[in-house]
Design a protein around this ligand. Structure first.
Ligand code: PRT
Ligand code: MG
Length: 210
């Protein structure tokens, strides 16, 4: 957006942790994003607005200049590596691990492994680095179901407490990446709106340490 500064925030669990952090950095939406269907929120700071969108859409908005800044999970960012984004701050929220997991006591596998995941690029990179060829099956959710129904041998998904894996008879096999939410900045915005963005970055960095 041309005037002011727009921050795209992932809805859902990241939003819940991002709002108190933004508040400590001095930015508070005038309406409660949890209580309305609105997507654009003016804030107490004239010229700073929030948009609340799906996690996977945050980098897309920031890359294309629809938003100047964004708050997104590292899991989502690993899937869309770009030269046009800065990632200046680890916000230390939305913590979890991206893990390889599979059925407990599964028999040893011969032939090419089938991996069900939403994280196709990261999974491909992970196995490529090990020199292993795998078949990747793209799913948009409920990955835990895939091995249970024989759609795949293993899954790659986010794990927090491990309850979801356990309740579906799965166990973690390997940690692929430690995940947290990051602040991302459109490179052109950083140049054009530096006077507005830089002080905000300083306040946010202080808020993370609080
Ligand atoms: O709206 P859309 O469907 O696009 O996204 P979403 O519903 O996946 O959004 P949401 O609110 O779930 O937030 C997703 C973002 O939160 C991710 O991109 C991560 O950066 C972050 N995050 C942190 C998590 C988790 N922790 C997490 N545990 N996202 C998802 N989970 C899920 C996981 O996929 C699994 O189903 O929680 C389950 C595992 O939790 P445990 O505690 O049972 O291990
Ligand atoms: Mg979800």
């Amino acid at each position: 957006m041309k005037d002011g500064m727009t921050i795209a925030v992932s809805k859902g669990r990241i939003l819940k942790e991002a709002l108190p952090l933004l508040a400590r950095a001095g930015v508070q939406p005038l309406d409660d994003p949890g209580a309305t269907r609105k997507l654009v929120f003016e804030t107490n700071q004239a010229g700073i607005r929030l948009i609340v969108i799906r996690a996977t859409d945050v980098p897309t908005y920031v890359l294309n200049g629809g938003a100047d800044l964004g708050i997104a999970g590292k899991d989502v960012l690993l899937e869309c590596v770009s030269d046009n984004l800065y990632e200046p701050l680890d916000l230390n929220i939305g913590r979890c691990r991206l893990m390889l997991a599979g059925p407990k006591d599964a028999p040893a596998q011969s032939g090419r492994l089938r991996i069900a995941t939403k994280y196709v690029a990261t999974t491909r990179n992970y196995f490529a680095a090990k020199g292993q060829q795998v078949e990747i099956i793209k799913l948009y959710g409920s990955m835990e179901l895939a091995p249970v129904l024989g759609l795949s041998d293993l899954i790659v998904d986010l794990v927090d407490t491990g309850n979801t894996l356990r309740e579906n008879g799965l166990a973690p096999l390997a940690n692929i990446a430690d995940i947290s939410s990051r602040l991302i900045v459109n490179k052109a915005s950083m140049k054009m709106k530096r006077a507005r963005i830089k002080p905000f970055l300083s306040r946010l960095a202080a808020a993370i340490r609080e």
